[in-house]
Design a protein around this ligand. Sequence first.
Ligand code: AMP
Ligand code: TRP
Length: 333
Amino acid sequence: MARIFSGIQPSGELHIGNYLGAVKNWVALQSQYESFICVVNYHAITLPYAAPDLIARTREMAIGLLAAGIDPEKATLFIQSQVPEHTELAWIFNTLTPLGELERQTQFKEKSGRQEQVMAGILNYPVLQAADILLYLADLVPVGEDQIQHLELSRVIARNWNARFSPDAPYFPEPQPKLTQTRRIVGLDGRSKMSKSIGNTIGIMETPEAIWEKLRPAVTDPARQKKTDAGDPDKCPVIYQLHKAFSPPAVVIEVEEHCRGAKWGCIDCKKSLHGHLVAELAPIRARAQELAGDPASLTNIMDAGAERARVVARKTIADVKERMGLPLAASAH
Ligand code: AMP
Ligand code: TRP
C-alpha cells in the first residue's frame, strides 16, 4: 500500500479552507493508503506564541481532525513534538539544503516580511517539513496548492541525500503532491486565500447562526445590484465556490440557472448554501463536543498514534545515521 503523509499547524481553527483543501481528502484517502497525519506543533513555534495557548490549540486541532472523520484505527494521527526523530532528521537535512532554495520560498518571504526580527526557524521551516514527509518514506502528500513549493524542496532534499549517501538505489522516494478539486478556497473577503491569519474564515465548529452572520454580507458578483439584475456565478468568488463544495450537483445547476436568469436574489442563494453547509458541519461539531468532554481519551489516542509513528521514524533514522557514519543513541542499541 502506498503511503501518504500530511501535516497541519495547530492554528486554533480548522476552517472550511483547510477542511476542503486537505482534511476532507485525508478522510477519504485513509482507507486506500497507509496514512500518517501530523499536528505540526514544531512548525507552529516558528512564529511568536504563548505556551498555554499552544497546548490548547494543539488539542483543539486533534479534536477537529478526529471530529472531521480521521479514524485513529485507520490512520496514524499524532503530534509532531511527541516523535523526536522529526527534528533529528531536520538537522541532518539542513546540512544538505542550499540556502538559496530556502530564501526564495514564497511563504518565507511573506512570513518574514511581517516580523520585526526574523528567526532562523522561519527560514528552515520547509526543511522540517521535508523531514516530516521523508521520515515516513511517504510517496504522496495531500495538501492545498500553497504547499507545492515546499514539496518541490522536499524532492530536492531527497535527491541531494540520495546522491550522497545512497547513490545506487535511492533510499528516499521523491514525494508528490496530491491536490483536490478545492485546492485553493478563497476567504470571505473574496480576494485572499482563506486563512486564520487573515481573519476571513468560516470555522468548522462555528454555530449555524455565526456562519449565517458571515455568509450574509459576503461579496457576490458586483453586477448584481438588485434582485432583477442577471449575474454570473463565475464572478461570484465566495458563495458559488462553496455551493460547488457543499451542495449536491442538482443544486449547483439550480444556482447557476437562478443566478444567470435573475430568478432569485443573492440572499436566497446564500440561504440555500447555508442549509447545505450547516448540514455537513453539524455532525462534525457534535463529535467535537463529545471529544472535548473526554480529555483522557484524547490523550490516549494521541499517545498511541505517536507510538505507532515512532516505530517507523526510529527505523528511518537508524538507516540514515548508519549510512552517514553517525552512531545511534546508546539507548537505541
Ligand atoms: P494550514 O491550516 O495552513 O496548516 O494548512 C493545512 C492544509 O490545508 C494544507 O495542506 C494547506 O495547503 C491546506 N489549506 C489551508 N488553507 C487553504 C485554503 N484556503 N484553500 C485550500 N487549502 C488550504
Ligand atoms: N506547511 C504546512 C502548512 O502550513 C504544514 C506541514 C508541515 C505539512 N509539515 C508537513 C504539510 C508535511 C504536509 C506535509 O499547511
